[in-house]
Design a binder for this molecule. Structure first.
Ligand code: UD1
Length: 420
């Protein structure tokens, strides 16, 4: 078993280069299944979710060549099966994108029920509603999803709930459909725009991504040959921004799009941190105890749920009592039990949590309950006095590349240890 051992407190200082976005990468990779030919994807984060995505593509017949640790070529000319291995697809959430892409390309697909972080109920009814609106038949049974369509025809799809996954998945299924699809009440996250940009680079006709109405004019074919670079990771950048505040540090984050970070910047300024915005890089520093704040997580451009636990660390040591209302996932406060082991005073009730700020956190053995909770615990460990041991690293490795190396480079005393 592996664990991270963090000894604090240390103010984090220096420069971090932000990687390509996990949530864009895990959608762009299945989107390559739509291409009759090969394409090159650059700025891929080297994380386990990307490696599993590549394995799924290979199992379907695509050929993948790693050019370097962040660049691959995918040749999807010969897709040989419509059945994606159940063990791989059930390993993470974004495997559901294989459904939209394969329906579009092959007219049929079978995948395992998507896995991923246990953040509460994670239904896929809006994905299914979209596929069915375009003419597919979808059956969910015995841990599998089977979808089939003789022909996909564009239609209007109104999303009952703003869903990142359903918006991208319906977009994927509509790219090669006959006629026009309109997605209303679409999600607007930066990675939705990135997937649309990628598909348009390959010959798709998608307009309006980044607004709540996306129009997809179906095309007959996507051709390869192009190179595309994945958008910088808004959540990774936000994680380091909040790490700077929690540890009273001073970080410059390079290769980010600061426009995507506005909700995080606003909250950092509210708690007393300082932010200097240079457009494609950002400096965040803080030299005093953070002030209290109220946070409500919302779809983009609101405060992202995927930064809620990292913000929770800042509020756990803020001066005064803060609240967080989580409006996306019902079980996103599991990390608060772990922070309480470190001396925090947090009471979570349903979708709200109350943070009675303490002056200091103290090192303790803790468990990463999900991906972003793991990142939060690393930040807490760096800010805390003493030694923190973090277990269940597989969650963290799904979404952050070389997390300990990158924290070490900015001054953290952190190492990965193998334990019997
Ligand atoms: C994506 C992100 C995840 C992030 C989440 C919200 C990826 C791979 N993952 O997850 O990191 O936390 O967006 O920003 O990009 N819902 C339904 N029916 C559906 C689909 C969703 O009711 O068919 C609900 C969910 O239960 C949740 C809300 O809609 O309450 C938002 O979920 P969604 O945006 O779909 O999240 P994911 O795409 O799974």
């Amino acid at each position: 078993m592996e664990k991270l051992v963090v000894t604090g407190p240390t103010p984090l200082k220096g420069e971090v280069t932000i990687n390509g976005a996990k949530n864009a990468a895990v959608a762009i990779l299945p989107a390559t299944l739509l291409i009759d030919g090969s394409c090159t994807i650059e700025n891929l984060p080297n994380i386990s979710d990307v490696k599993i995505s590549c394995q799924i593509l290979e199992s379907l017949g695509a050929k993948i060549t790693w050019i370097d640790s962040h660049t691959i070529t995918v040749d999807s000319t010969n897709i040989s099966t419509t059945k994606a291995p159940l063990d791989l697809t059930s390993k993470f959430r974004a495997s559901y994108y294989v459904i939209g892409a394969m329906l579009s390309r092959m007219g049929e697909v079978e995948v395992g029920m998507p896995g991923g972080c246990k953040l509460g109920a994670r239904p896929i009814d809006q994905h299914i509603k979209g596929f069915e609106a375009l003419g597919a038949e979808v059956e969910v049974a015995k841990g599998k999803i089977h979808a089939k369509a003789d022909k996909l025809v564009g239609n209007s799809v109104y999303m009952d709930i703003v869903s990142v996954g359903a918006t991208i998945n319906v977009m994927l299924s509509a790219v090669l459909a006959e006629g026009t699809t309109i997605i209303d009440n679409a999600a607007k996250e930066p990675h939705i725009v990135d997937v649309a940009n990628f598909l348009n680079t390959m010959g798709a006709d998608i307009r309006g991504a980044g607004t709540d109405m996306i129009k997809i004019n179906g095309v007959e074919k996507l051709a390869g040959g192009a190179t595309y670079s994945v958008v910088p990771d808004q959540i990774e950048a936000g994680t380091f921004m909040l790490a700077a505040v929690a540890t009273k540090g001073d970080l410059v984050l390079k290769n980010c799009i600061t426009k995507h970070l506005e909700s995080i910047t606003a909250k950092i300024l509210e708690v007393g941190g300082k932010v200097e915005d240079y457009g494609d890089s950002i400096r965040v520093y803080c030299d005093k105890r953070p002030k209290k704040a109220s946070i409500k997580t919302l779809p983009y451009p609101g405060f992202p749920t995927d930064l809620q636990p990292q913000m929770g660390v800042v509020l756990s040591i803020a001066d005064g009592t803060s609240t967080i209302n989580e409006s996306i996932w019902e079980s996103r406060f599991q990390y608060t039990d772990e922070l309480n082991k470190m001396g925090a005073k947090i009471t979570a009730q349903g979708k709200s949590a109350f943070f009675e700020g303490v002056e200091k956190l103290y090192g303790a053995p803790v468990c990463s309950t999900d991906l972003r909770a793991g990142a939060a615990l690393i930040i807490a460990g760096v800010a805390a006095e003493g030694v923190t041991e973090i277990y269940n690293l597989e969650h963290i490795d799904r979404g952050y590349e070389d997390i300990e190396g990158r924290f070490r480079a900015i001054g953290a005393n952190i190492k990965r240890v193998v334990e019997d």
